[in-house]
Design a binder for this molecule. Structure first.
Ligand SMILES: Cc1ncc(COP(=O)(O)O)c(C=O)c1O
Length: 422
């Protein structure tokens, strides 16, 4: 696309945008004067679908009026509540409906899946993750290794980018697995890396793991609702995600997981994973429900699941394919503007659209403290991204509710902040 660095041009792109009406379906945060902020922070916490309020209120009303009878007689009965989310999640992840379940939260789900899929034996004991992984993923993996009586110093492998690079080439993951794969029990890889915004060819990574005889698990926190996914077809063994970023499910929203249908390993159990027909017989033996539903532990948190129903309905209306097309154009426009309006920034995120999602991560070079000052100035001007120590600003234009004009205003404010904060 031929871009132009003016607000008029951005507005013309917005007028031509077939998805522009969807912005009106979200609550836009505002500044003290009531003006909408330029919200480029969907990679951290997505905006509230307006319909979420009604759905939560319906659950509160049903609770008020029906109390315990709501389990069976609420408008959306609470016992099978997770089923309201199943098809939408399957469609976003490219999974069969029986392979996904909304439950619990990301790190807890990661622990549950590692408990089942991490089977160190003999020399094959390692878990491989990316260097600089999200702290919670690293804590989960290291503690799982230690919990099996093994030493994380030895069994936790963190693959780094080549010297001088910020991002990791798929070739180097393949090369590691070819050389050392017989010592690796499990590879846990992100769909999109949280700090750099790099998106990976997940099919290629899963194939490399399987060639080496390793389990391939995925963390999709920054991918779901952001990138097209095909978990069933790429043959991923398992995946976990949260729903408060691009899924717009709300703070602390219910998480989710995928378990490929060819797997049925022994796993930790709770009553909600029991086959539904006999769950309330309360017998001592556990009879797992079929598929991913059998991995549930506890009854679902209705109030943190209700907003996600509203959100998934919007994804269904837009379709991920159209969203992705707009996302590539929005993020491409941000990249173009940063190159022109803020040229002393260093783009960490790959430039190839296939190797990134919505997010761009930029490094602010200069004297100590400059990056934080630039970021604070940006925030004071109503442009909301986030800051990652020591030097990185993350900005994510999100196709459901951001406009090209948002992107222009964000980049323009960034350029101004950089000129002011030397
Ligand atoms: C990649 C990644 N892993 C783990 C987490 C932690 O998620 P939770 O607090 O829902 O377990 C996050 C949260 O932002 C994340 O981005």
């Amino acid at each position: 696309m031929n871009y132009d660095p003016t607000l008029e041009f951005a507005r013309r792109l917005d007028e031509a945008d077939a998805l522009r009406a969807f912005r009106g379906r979200y609550a836009l945060p505002r500044d003290a004067e009531g003006e909408p902020l330029v919200y480029l922070c969907g990679h951290s916490l997505g905006l509230m679908p307006l319909a979420a309020r009604g759905l939560v209120l319906e659950e509160l009303d049903d609770w008020a009026q029906l109390a315990v009878f709501g389990h069976e007689h609420a408008r959306r009965p609470w016992i099978p509540y997770h089923e309201n989310l199943r098809d939408g999640l399957a469609s976003l992840t490219g999974a069969r409906a029986t392979e996904v379940v909304a439950m619990s939260s990301l790190t807890v789900n990661l622990h549950l899946l590692l408990a089942a899929f991490y089977r160190p034996s003999g020399a094959r004991r390692r878990i491989v993750i990316e260097a600089g992984a999200f702290s919670s993923d690293r804590h989960a993996v290291a503690s799982q290794i230690a919990w099996r009586g093994l030493d994380p110093e030895e069994a936790l492998v963190e693959l780094s980018p080549a010297a001088g690079a910020d991002t990791i080439a798929e070739e180097s993951i393949e090369a590691y697995l070819e050389e050392q794969g017989d010592k690796v029990a499990l590879l846990l890889w992100p769909g999109v890396q949280y700090r750099t915004g790099q998106a990976f060819d997940l099919g290629r990574i899963v194939r490399a793991a399987h060639r080496a005889g390793c389990v391939a698990g995925l963390d999709l926190a920054h991918s779901i609702g952001n990138m097209p996914l095909a978990l069933h077809d790429i043959d991923a063994d398992f995946a976990v995600w949260c729903s408060y970023k691009y899924l717009n499910g709300g703070p602390g929203a219910i998480g989710g997981c995928f378990i490929h249908e060819r797997h049925d390993p022994p796993h930790l159990a709770g009553w909600w994973g029991h086959e539904a027909a006999t769950r309330f017989h309360m017998g001592p033996e556990f009879q797992a429900a079929a598929g991913a539903a059998g991995w549930q532990i506890s009854n679902p948190p209705i109030l943190s699941a209700a907003p996600l129903i509203a959100s998934l309905a919007l994804f269904e209306q837009t379709g991920l394919h159209r969203l992705r097309q707009k996302s590539v154009a929005l993020t491409g426009y941000l990249e173009y503007l940063i190159d022109r309006l803020a040229p002393d920034l260093q783009l960490i995120t790959p430039r190839a659209p296939d190797s990134r999602g919505c997010q761009l991560s930029v490094r602010v070079n200069g004297p100590p403290g400059r990056g934080q000052r630039v970021f604070d100035t940006l925030t004071a001007r109503g442009v909301i991204g986030d800051w990652r120590q020591p030097d990185t600003i993350r900005l994510a234009p999100t196709p459901l509710y951001n406009t090209f004009a948002d992107v222009f205003r964000g980049a323009e404010a960034l350029g101004r902040a950089l000129r002011e904060q030397r």
